[in-house]
Write a protein that binds this ligand. Structure first.
Ligand code: PAF
Length: 269
C-alpha cells in the first residue's frame, strides 16, 4: 500500500520531513498550474529515485515589475490532485513570508550565462530563479532535480550554479512536451486569445525550419533573418531574439554542432 501524499507548507515542517527520509529524493520545483510538461518531469523523477518531492511556489523574485505575478494562475487543488494521482510523495507549498522572512538579503547570481538571451530582456529574472532554486535545494536536499528543456537557459544556469556550489548530485533536463501542432506546453499558454493560440505554433515551425536549413549548410544570418520575417508575417507581434548558441556555454555560434536555436517572441500582451 502506497503512503498518502504529504502536503507540507512550512519551512519548519519540510526540514523535519527531510530529516526522517532515508530514501533517494528526486525534486521537481514548479510554480504550479501544472500540465503534461510538469508531469513528464515527475515521470522522469520516478525513474530515478524512491521519493518524489514537488514544490509549488509562484516566486515573486523572478517576476519583473511589468510581468504577470498578480494574475499568474494558481489552481492549487487541481495541481494537488494531479500530483497525488501521479504518485508523488511530498508537495511543498511554502508561503512567501516563510520562504523569504523579513531580513532575507541573499541573492544567488550566475554571471555570464544570465546576461544573454532572456537575461538581457528580463532584468533580475534569473537571479530570482537561482535564489529560489538554491534555497529550495537547501531545504529539500534532493539527490537530483529535474527541469524542462523548454526553459533551456534556465536549465543551463541552474546546472552551472549546481556545478559551482556543489549542491546536489545532478540537475537533469527533460525534453519539451508539445501540443500536436508543435506549441510547447506552458502554464502561460492560457493567456493566449483564440487568434493568438492559432498563431503561436509558428514559433515551433520557425525553429524546425531554422534547424533544417542550417543542417543543409545555409548561412546562419540569412536563415535567421528569413525566419524572423516569416514570423512577423505570420502574426507574431515582436521578436526579442532568435539566435543560435552553444548548448553548454550559450555562446553565439554559426554552426549547428552542439548548438540550439533560441527564441523569445511576443504575441499580443
Ligand atoms: O521553471 C519554473 O517553473 C520556475 O522558474 C522554477 C524553476 C520553479 C523556479 O521558480
Amino acid at each position: 500500500l502506497r503512503k498518502a501524499m504529504q502536503v507540507v507548507s512550512s519551512v519548519h515542517d519540510v526540514k523535519a520531513q527531510r530529516r526522517g527520509l532515508r530514501s533517494s529524493v528526486a525534486f521537481v520545483p514548479t510554480m504550479g498550474a501544472l500540465h503534461a510538461g510538469h508531469m513528464a518531469l515527475v515521470d522522469a523523477a520516478k525513474a530515478r529515485c524512491d521519493n518524489i518531492t514537488v514544490s509549488i511556489f509562484v516566486n515573486p523574485k523572478q517576476f519583473g515589475t511589468n510581468e504577470d505575478l498578480s494574475h499568474y494562475p494558481r489552481p492549487l487543488s487541481d495541481d494537488l490532485a494531479l500530483l497525488e494521482s501521479a504518485g508523488v510523495d511530498m508537495v511543498f507549498t511554502p508561503s512567501e513570508a516563510d520562504l523569504y522572512p523579513s531580513g532575507f538579503s541573499t541573492q544567488v547570481q550566475v554571471e555570464g550565462l544570465s546576461d544573454v538571451l532572456c537575461g538581457a530582456h528580463r532584468a533580475g529574472h534569473f537571479a530570482g530563479v537561482t535564489t529560489v532554486v538554491g534555497l529550495l535545494f537547501a531545504l529539500i536536499r534532493p539527490d537530483v532535480a529535474l527541469f524542462g528543456e523548454k526553459d533551456f537557459q534556465q536549465l543551463a544556469i541552474i546546472k552551472r550554479m549546481n556545478q559551482d556550489l556543489q549542491l546536489i548530485d545532478e540537475v537533469i533536463g527533460v525534453p519539451t512536451v508539445r501540443e500536436s501542432d508543435g506549441l510547447a506546453l506552458s502554464s502561460r499558454n492560457r493567456y493566449l486569445t483564440v487568434q493568438e493560440r492559432a498563431i503561436a505554433p509558428a514559433l515551433h515551425t520557425a525553429l524546425c525550419e531554422v534547424k533544417n536549413r542550417l543542417l543543409h549548410g545555409e548561412a546562419t544570418d540569412a536563415v535567421l533573418q528569413g525566419a524572423k520575417e516569416w514570423l512577423l508575417h505570420s502574426g507574431v507581434s515582436r521578436i526579442d531574439y532568435l539566435e543560435i548558441r552553444d548548448s553548454n556555454t550559450l555562446a553565439l555560434t554559426d554552426t549547428p554542432q552542439n548548438a540550439r536555436a533560441f527564441i523569445a517572441a511576443r504575441l499580443g500582451n
